[in-house]
Design a protein around this ligand. Structure first.
Ligand code: HGY
Ligand code: MN
Ligand code: MN
Ligand code: MN
Length: 406
């Protein structure tokens, strides 16, 4: 690659902090749940920044936003991520990768560099899966892994569908993303402790671990807390707590197995009523598909044990199930080479978090670049990545994109 591209650090860092004002929380951090008004404001701001850079903006039928800088050919090098966040979100999860893509475009414009292939910056709908499940929904639909009808019909806890929200916010588009993608690079914060602990600048991401999300609904019988003998209760809350405790014990010896019960609700949620219905979510992850399957089997067995032991019924719904994904070897080596050419330290690692890149990997060569997270924290308003790390990651992204697009 004979043309050097230089990121404008000052411009880029100010772009990130100004974007972070959208959906800003009073105590710091950001909340832009998918297709809420704050997400819509973020989308509007992103579209206007894309237009200001001279990009052709296209919005598809699931609300994915694509900004394209034309090359001599329509074949495209794509980058991107997401701007929706969890409720305790930070400035960087997802947004960093989208804005870094725009900074690469701005740097190309500054240098008046024309490219052979087009370059697209994408922002995918509902990556977090916090409001609507599954996560990575927009990129999954774009990659052909879910129909737009099924995606539109998914509902949040209050029964509002994703389709209703797309229509309400005006982001059900008639456009489409690039149809010939030669490579996809996603820049993202690591969201874990590895790079910081090893004092390493760049994470060269080899793939994403397997993800299994389910929702369990325990149905018992409400009764009086003061008059119902313990042996004759159908206590859905106690059953749920017992299952979660037993599941943690049963899975603790499976290597690299992760289990999270992030949402837990009892009804009627009153101090003197034995809980009638208890709903909880279970997030299982493992880089090894067989191990993940074993964990899921143990969960199923524990559910039927619990039904008998507590005289209740349990309904299990699968909310997301993605096998482990490996990224493209050529792109991985490319990222590694660019990091070293810039004098950055780098190491390979598998991603603990799910990412849009794992969906794009279904239809094009894809890879990811990580930068360190302070204290390994994310999905927490204290999420932080230092400015030098933000700029190093963006420099590597820029050179990776340019090496394919020229
Ligand atoms: O859950 C995840 O890994 C991603 O943040 N959606
Ligand atoms: Mn993310
Ligand atoms: Mn996230
Ligand atoms: Mn992601």
């Amino acid at each position: 690659m004979d043309k050097k591209i230089q990121i404008n650090h000052k411009r880029f860092l100010s772009d990130i902090s100004s974007f972070g004002q959208i959906g800003a929380l009073s105590g710091g951090g950001v909340a832009r749940l998918a297709l809420t008004d704050s997400d819509r404001l973020g989308r509007d701001e992103l579209v206007s920044r894309m237009k200001a850079l001279g990009l052709r903006v296209s919005i598809d039928n699931i609300g994915n936003i694509f900004g394209t800088r034309a090359g001599r050919l329509s074949s495209t090098v794509m980058t991107g991520s997401h701007i929706d966040t969890v409720l305790t979100g930070g400035l960087y999860d997802g947004t960093y990768g989208v804005l870094a893509g725009l900074e690469v475009i701005a740097a190309l414009n500054d240098a008046c560099i024309e490219t052979e292939h087009s370059i697209t910056v994408a922002s995918f709908t509902n990556e977090e899966g916090a409001r609507f499940q599954p996560d990575m929904l927009g990129s999954l639909v774009f990659a052909g892994g879910m129909s737009v009808e099924t995606a539109r019909a998914t509902a949040d806890k209050s029964g509002i569908t994703l389709g209703d929200e797309l229509d309400r916010t005006g982001y059900a588009g008639a456009g489409h993303g690039p149809d010939h993608i030669i490579s996809y690079y996603e820049l993202h914060i690591e969201q874990g402790p590895v790079l910081e602990n090893e004092n390493t600048d760049i994470g060269v991401v080899t793939g994403v671990q397997g993800i299994s999300w389910s929702r369990l609904t325990f149905r018992g019988r409400s009764s009086h807390a003061g008059t119902t003998p313990m042996h004759s209760r159908a206590d859905s809350g106690l059953a749920a707590m017992s299952l979660i405790t037993r599941l943690h014990t049963a899975l603790k010896d499976i290597p690299e197995q992760l289990i999270t019960c992030g949402s837990f609700q009892v009804l009627p949620d009153l101090i003197n009523v034995v809980p009638h219905i208890t709903t909880l979510t279970i997030d299982l992850r493992n880089p090894d598909e067989q191990a993940l399957k074993t964990a899921e089997k143990i969960l199923t067995e524990l559910i039927s044990d619990t039904e008998k032991a507590f005289n209740i019924s349990v309904k299990k719904e699968t909310l997301a199930r993605f096998d482990p994904v490996s990224f493209n070897g050529k792109l991985i080596s490319q990222i590694e080479k660019i990091a070293h050419n810039n004098g950055f330290t780098a190491r390979r690692l598998c991603s603990g978090a799910g990412h849009d890149a794992q969906m794009i990997a279904r239809i094009a060569p894809a890879a990811m670049i990580f930068v360190p997270s302070v204290n390994g924290l994310s999905h927490n308003i204290a999420e932080l990545t230092y400015p030098d790390d933000l700029c190093r990651g963006t420099q590597v992204l820029a050179e990776a994109i340019l090496s394919d697009a020229l």
